[in-house]
Write a protein that binds this ligand. Sequence first.
Ligand SMILES: Nc1ncnc2c1ncn2[C@@H]1O[C@H](COP(=O)(O)OP(=O)(O)O)[C@@H](O)[C@H]1O
Ligand SMILES: [Mg+2]
Length: 308
Amino acid sequence: MTASADFAIETHNLRKAFGPQVAVRDLSFVVPRGEIFGFLGPNGAGKSTSIKMLLGLVRPTSGSATVLGAPLGDVEVRRRIGFLPEDFRFYEWLTATELVRFHGRLAGMSAGRLRTRVPEVIDMVGLASHRDRKLRGFSKGMLQRIGLAQAIVHEPELVFLDEPTSGLDPMGRRMVRDILRAERDRGATVFLNSHLLSEIEVTCDRVAFIKDGAIATVRELGAGWQDEVRVAVRADGVTDAAVSGLSRWTTWARLDGPELRFGASSEQVLPEVVRHLVGAGADIFQVTLDRMSLEDVFVQLVGEDRGL
Ligand SMILES: Nc1ncnc2c1ncn2[C@@H]1O[C@H](COP(=O)(O)OP(=O)(O)O)[C@@H](O)[C@H]1O
Ligand SMILES: [Mg+2]
């Protein structure tokens, strides 16, 4: 097997400039098959442009990529891909059923298969009672739902979703998460663009942080993915000397009134830290362990000045 067969997506120095405007500066990453891969970054980071390049809708200025083992723009591969665009709002004159059937047919599904599969996916996205309504009257949330249905109707090997939960209420967001997990569980790869930390954190197996058109870092999520534990200690009588002495065990430490805060690579250091503080004359009232959230990682990388 070649390397590209192991990966649903592989990119090498992808770049896209629109005139002087560089949308994607330099993108190199791989997406293993069978994962929900999060592409997380602030507005304008280059997420949508990246998806469009991977779909063959926008031609890269330079660089290369393979999607399902084929070069960008391969027509045969396109049928094995699903796509929910950002702000899905086409074909307002079609009913929900007609739209989903249309996409299924484009992907080469047989009439017989469409008869059972189309109502099935419309039901999955919670629109069974609206399936014969024209999309013109649909709310943004309903359009997102039907957009998701058309993206998965043909059971694609790879599904791209660009901000799939914008316009959805909490129930809708949960529905999207459950559907994406079901897609992964049947063996599909999911590529999820989002500027929402919480959405990525609960849904994805791996996340790439995009900053200024390039990958800042890629992290595995799931249990124990954080590199750092954060600890808050409520104590009296902690001296500056005692804080400086913590550097053997901590990556950083800061005294904030009655609260000492520090970061460490593992909670294994806690007994030593507590012994050290008590030995230095401190009275300890409380020790609180705080796992580093994705938001902390993101803010560290992107900087607090950049809004999401
Ligand atoms: N067709 C285009 N022409 C000019 N600039 C564009 C075009 N598409 C995107 N951009 C610019 O490229 C940057 C990245 O955009 P985009 O990929 O949409 O980011 P994201 O999806 O992360 O919000 C933005 O500064 C955007 O204004
Ligand atoms: Mg976008």
